[in-house]
Design a protein around this ligand. Structure first.
Ligand SMILES: [Zn+2]
Length: 245
């Protein structure tokens, strides 16, 4: 049996934040990513879908172009690399093609740590992104799994972020984002098209939502503002040590 290299806590790290849609990372873990950048980590943001359905007024191609620009602005603001994976919304199915796509993203980013969706979020794009990340994290290290890029040796640790509304999610790890919340808000504010979408679709101002969520988790952790995570307890993905800031 070949033994994979387990991740050990060290810094700087390579961090990959992979969400289904262009603003998921900002909503759920951008304060933590800003802490990673502060300590010198290399951060890559990736998103699976173009976000082409998230408009009541614009055709898919047009809103997808707007959202690509918004995501690039946000990643630039953080100082992160950005990978746009190019699937259409509602097209994150678990099949060989998407397994290869996710494997190539992980091989490209070569992360020590991946942060991604919780396994029981709303919507198949989110849930299947989790499944594909989990599968691809292993496949990325397996040379005989053929995709476009060669295998990497790192087997990343995987952390799941809090889904919108926090339903059914009790964090095990809290990251103090008191000093990086402003960066998270500025990044999310790059996604202006979605602020309007959230207001009209759900009656929610997402900038207010992230503050309420961060204050609640901060209150639990004894700090002003926090983001919460759960480690995926899989063989060789659990790693050792505490790697989030
Ligand atoms: Zn999403």
């Amino acid at each position: 049996m070949t033994r994979k290299k387990a991740v050990k806590a060290h810094s700087p790290l390579r961090v990959l934040a992979l969400g289904a849609h262009p603003d998921d990372v900002e909503l759920c873990c951008a304060g933590t990513l800003a802490r990673c950048i502060e300590r010198g980590d290399q951060v890559t943001i990736a998103f699976a879908c173009k976000g082409d359905t998230a408009s009541m007024d614009l055709p898919g191609e047009k809103i997808a172009r707007i959202r690509s620009r918004e995501a690039r602005n946000s990643a630039r603001l953080l100082g992160a690399e950005l990978i746009e994976m190019g699937l259409l919304d509602y097209h994150v199915d678990v099949n060989l093609e998407t397994k290869k796509l996710f494997t190539d993203v992980i091989r490209q980013a070569a992360p020590d740590v991946i942060v991604t969706h919780f396994h029981t979020e709303y919507g198949s794009d989110h849930n299947n992104t989790f499944i594909l990340v989990r599968d691809a994290a292993l496949a990325a290290t397996v040379g005989n799994f053929r995709a476009s890029r060669p295998a990497v040796s790192r087997s990343p640790m995987i952390y799941m972020w809090e889904p919108l509304g926090g339903l059914g999610f009790q964090p095990e790890i809290y990251v103090d984002i008191t000093n990086t919340f402003a960066t998270k808000a500025r990044m999310l504010n790059c996604h202006r098209s979605q602020r309007e979408w959230f207001r009209r679709k759900g009656g929610v101002d997402f900038l207010k939502y992230i503050e309420v969520a961060a204050r609640f988790r901060g209150y639990q952790a004894g700090v002003t503002l926090a983001e919460g995570f759960i480690a995926l307890k899989n063989w060789a993905n659990i790693g050792t040590g505490q790697v989030l800031p």
